[in-house]
Design a protein around this ligand. Structure first.
Ligand SMILES: *[C@@H]1O[C@H](CO)[C@@H](O)[C@H](O)[C@H]1NC(C)=O
Length: 370
């Protein structure tokens, strides 16, 4: 167990050097309007009408229905609170756009419980430490999506199984590097069958919709022999079924896996050399994220969400008066109707929201499928 890694999991903050109050020159009238509505909410009387109007748009855009009037009214209240939150996030994170998302009718704790699901880091017996790689000659911009190593955006639904999507994404990339074939792999196999536990901490196990960890899932996959294809063991979004793993249908196998040190250059070098990486992140700003490079002045580094790092860029678009930011490209598992077609950009350079703290890499066996 590496104490250094545990240390980075303790709560800590990046403190704001300044909070800038004039923001957003964005091109989405809905978002602009929502943010200015939230602003007027505190000092004008007709805010209720506007919030209700946006709630109507929100319901039709995301197909939301509520069983009772009581539930509807409660969700409207939550929606209004989230408009105010989006506005606060906008002030703290001016190079991204925050506003209405598909999660705008969920309280922060409902959101955490239903759509995240990363457990605290523990290191399985077979985890290696990634050797230090040379970092000169790294490209300025790099994206595994352009190189065929990334499957389409998936949707974990209302199940804390993020860790399984991060795991399959990393193995899909590694399998592609080993075999030249891009195959979508089964999260449901992990949700149903992987109950890998921390040898040192009783009760900390991968547990379906109640959370898990990518390194433990690599350990499971190593021991089980591999993962089936997505279509052979499709995703159901619940963990109530039995394990239906069929060894004869294994299509991708783990050769070994490693944890990468908290060092952005090493992370970039490992990404370029070994394929997409499984990372943990603090997702609090992701509930209201619409687009842009997220670079909050203040963000907890406690990790609660597992995602896939697929690339990086040197200069993301930023509104006038904010410097363009270098960023990481993160594949998420909340469907294409979240973020930038399912993706998130977060700035590089300062371990923002803990993005550098829990990074792991997997290598696949060269098991060419037919
Ligand atoms: C991990 O597996 C890959 C692919 O088989 C292999 O090239 C590499 O040497 C392995 N790394 C270690 C440290 O065993």
């Amino acid at each position: 167990m590496d104490r250094l890694f545990l240390l980075f999991l303790s709560l800590s903050c990046v403190f704001a050097s300044a909070v800038v109050s004039d923001v957003i020159s964005n091109d989405d009238p809905l978002i602009r309007q929502v943010v200015s509505d939230a602003e007027t909410e505190e000092d004008s009387g007709d805010h209720l009408l506007n919030a209700e109007h946006h709630f109507t748009l929100f319901k039709s855009k995301f197909g939301k229905t509520y069983a009772t009037q009581e539930e509807h009214d409660y969700r409207l209240g939550v929606f209004k609170a989230n408009l105010r939150r989006a506005k606060r996030h906008q002030l703290l994170d001016p190079t991204a756009i925050h506003g209405v998302t598909k999660f705008s009718d969920l309280t922060p704790s409902e959101f955490r419980r239903q759509f995240l699901g990363l457990k605290p880091l523990k290191l399985p017996a077979d985890a290696q430490k990634a050797p230090i790689l040379p970092t000169d000659n790294l490209p300025d911009d790099f994206d595994w999506r352009d190189r065929g190593a990334v499957t389409g955006i998936k949707d974990q639904g209302s199940c804390g199984s993020c860790w399984s999507f991060s795991t399959t994404g990393a193995l899909e990339g590694a399998h592609y590097l080993a075999t030249g074939e891009l195959v979508s792999l089964s999260e449901q196999q992990l949700v149903d069958c992987d109950h890998e536990c921390d040898p040192q901490e009783y009760g900390a196990c991968d547990s379906g919709c109640n959370g898990g960890l990518m390194t433990s899932a690599f350990e499971y996959t190593l021991k089980a022999g591999g993962l089936e294809r997505e279509e052979d063991y499709p995703y159901t979004g619940n963990d109530r079924g039995p394990c239906k793993f069929d060894k004869s249908k294994i299509v991708a196998s783990v050769a070994n896996f490693s944890v990468i040190s908290v060092d952005e250059e090493q992370i970039a070098a490992n990404l370029v050399k070994h394929g997409p990486l499984a990372v943990g992140i603090n997702a609090v700003f992701m509930q209201t994220y619409v687009k842009g490079v997220s670079c909050p002045y203040i963000c907890f580094r406690s990790l609660d969400h597992g995602v896939l790092l697929v690339g990086y860029g040197s200069a993301g678009y930023a509104p006038i008066r904010f410097k363009e930011k270098p960023y990481w490209i993160i594949k998420n598992s909340w469907g294409e109707n979240w973020g930038e077609d399912g993706y998130y950009k977060i700035c590089r350079g300062h371990n923002v929201c803990g993005v550098d703290s829990m990074v792991s890499s997997v290598a696949a066996l060269n098991t060419k499928s037919q």
